[in-house]
Design a protein around this ligand. Structure first.
Ligand code: FAD
Length: 488
């Protein structure tokens, strides 16, 4: 009886596959890519009454973010920070035995977090009746997406609207290929089987610094090679230089104003030839090299040229304010278009485009997209930097407050960093907030809401903040805009 049931199910399944191979299915919207842009867009479209499909090439949903980005990196950042903290507990009066690293278990824990969250997206698709197709999508025509499955079966999806959300991929250095053993992209750096004795990171952006923090905490000697004379390009310079100071204190070695000339993969190690600003050449021998010089839009396999979807000068898909490409019913969102490559920016665009397709007025406020670096201490920013205000000839006032003077930060021995608020000189409207310190990645949401509502620094200063909390530093920084901070 059991055998009979299994056979019947198998027959039903194979019939379904054959049916899909022969027939095309009709949808009102097909989203290509199941990352934070794509899956959020598909769910919102379905909520708005559209018969929606989402095509994802990976076996799991969630895109770069859930599989090889935000989530695994934050898992390792958390666990490596705990490992380091555990080693220092003795200084705080907590006696523990010898603290040892079990990297295999740490990686398993990371994989568990990834698996729970990617399955969570699958559940959300079922709940919202989004049809999920596992395969590579390409655009056959403005109304047809062709899905090629792993076993090379073709499924044709007929649709009124196509939303491209195929994300981004890491950039390689010319002539240097990722092998994910010695020459790593961020994906390889998230999946090392042992702690490298020495790691060279090319690029001082947030992904490189987060990964550098992880491996440095677990015992690697980490070198960061950066062509500029500062790290985290685009960030307020005062925060960036404080961040650099703190990371140096933590043991990360920086080679600024230094260019990588060549990287030789020598099977068990790599030889990185560098040249500093004076023209002096030297070599770094490392167990692994993480190339973290940026990511590029992923437009592979989409057949864009044939369909007539235009790209911009950086090879990203060109869209108008409504996320419409040069082809009327084809839209694009997330890392594959311009703007900061961040999961929450992709999600906002996913919702906005769904609402626009439904005739509503979805929009994204690009002036207020927060950015967070999840190192210890964290860095969190929103709005304009001091450099941008100067460049735009906008007169501003500055309020600053150090965590050294914040009672909660002092109590928990975590008092590095400061909060900086930039407000318009005349109107007092908050134009930018830049923070480095513990918990600032959570605290930035307060400022995002305040700034969306057009808050002045006085509004923040007159808002009661609970005591003792790290967020009191925001109130004090706001008070300090008018030079009336109480605790410093
Ligand atoms: P993606 O997440 O890249 O998803 C695109 C999906 O499309 C992929 O799953 C891909 O398999 C699929 N795909 C591509 N082509 C096809 C095709 N032809 N057919 C079918 N499927 C296709 N951002 C943050 O906001 N916070 C962070 O802390 C953070 N940390 C990061 C750490 C690392 C190490 C990395 C690499 C990135 C991090 N990011 C972070 C960036 C974030 O992951 C991306 O901005 C975000 O995932 C972009 O979402 P997306 O939907 O545009 O694209």
């Amino acid at each position: 009886c059991i055998i009979f049931k299994i056979d019947k199910r198998k027959i039903r399944e194979s019939r379904k596959i054959i049916f899909r191979n022969l027939m095309s299915e009709k949808f009102q919207a097909v989203v290509i890519g199941g990352g934070p842009g794509g899956y959020v867009c598909a769910i919102r479209l379905s909520q708005l009454g559209f018969k929606t499909a989402c095509v994802e090439a990976r076996n799991t949903l969630g895109g770069t973010c859930l599989n090889v980005g935000c989530i695994p990196s934050k898992s390792l950042l958390n666990l490596s920070e705990n490992f380091q903290k555990a080693k220092k507990l003795q200084n705080l009066g907590i006696e523990v035995g010898e603290v040892k690293l079990n990297l295999e278990k740490m990686m398993k824990n990371k994989e568990k977090s990834v698996s729970i969250l990617t399955k969570g997206v699958e559940f959300l698709f079922k709940k919202n009746k989004v049809s999920h197709f596992n395969g590579t999508g390409s655009i056959a025509s403005a109304n047809e997406v062709l899905v090629t499955t792993k076993d090379n079966k073709k499924i044709s999806l007929n649709t009124d609207n196509i939303i491209i959300s195929t994300g981004s991929i890491p950039v390689e250095l010319p002539g240097i290929k990722f092998d994910e053993k010695i020459i790593l992209s961020s994906s390889g750096a998230l999946d090392l089987k042992s702690v490298p004795k020495k790691m060279v990171i090319v690029g001082g952006g947030y992904i490189g610094l987060e990964m550098g923090s992880v491996w440095s905490r677990l015992g690697s000697e980490v070198h960061v090679v950066e062509a500029l004379n500062y790290i985290t390009p685009g960030m307020d310079k005062e925060i960036s230089s404080e961040f650099l100071k703190i990371l140096k204190k933590q043991g990360i070695i920086f080679h600024l104003e230094t260019k990588v000339q060549n990287i030789k993969n020598e099977k068990n190690s790599a030889k990185v030839s560098i040249q500093d600003k004076t023209g002096k050449n030297s070599e770094l021998i490392a167990d692994v090299v993480l190339i973290s010089v940026g990511r590029k839009a992923n437009t592979k396999n989409l057949n864009l040229e044939k369909i007539g979807v235009s790209l911009d000068n950086k090879k990203r898909i060109k869209v108008n304010k409504e996320f419409r490409t040069s082809t009327k019913n084809i839209f694009a969102i997330g890392d594959v278009i311009s703007g900061p490559m961040l999961a929450h920016k992709a999600e906002e665009e996913g919702i906005a485009v769904a609402e626009l397709i439904a005739g509503q007025s979805g929009h994204v406020n690009y002036d207020l997209i927060p950015g967070v670096i999840y190192t210890s201490p964290e860095v969190a920013v929103i709005g304009k930097t001091e450099e941008q205000l100067k460049e735009g000839n906008i007169k501003y006032k500055v309020g600053k407050f150090p965590f050294m003077a914040n009672s909660r930060a002092k109590t928990v021995n975590n008092a590095e960093g400061f909060v900086k608020i930039l407000a318009d000189e005349k109107t007092d409207k908050v134009l930018g907030v830049h923070m480095i310190g513990s918990h600032v990645g959570e605290m930035i949401a307060e400022m995002a809401v305040a700034m969306e509502f057009g808050a002045s620094s006085e509004d923040i200063a007159r808002t009661c903040h609970a005591h003792p909390t790290f967020s009191e530093a925001i109130k004090e920084a706001a008070l300090s805009v008018e030079k009336r901070a109480i605790h410093s």
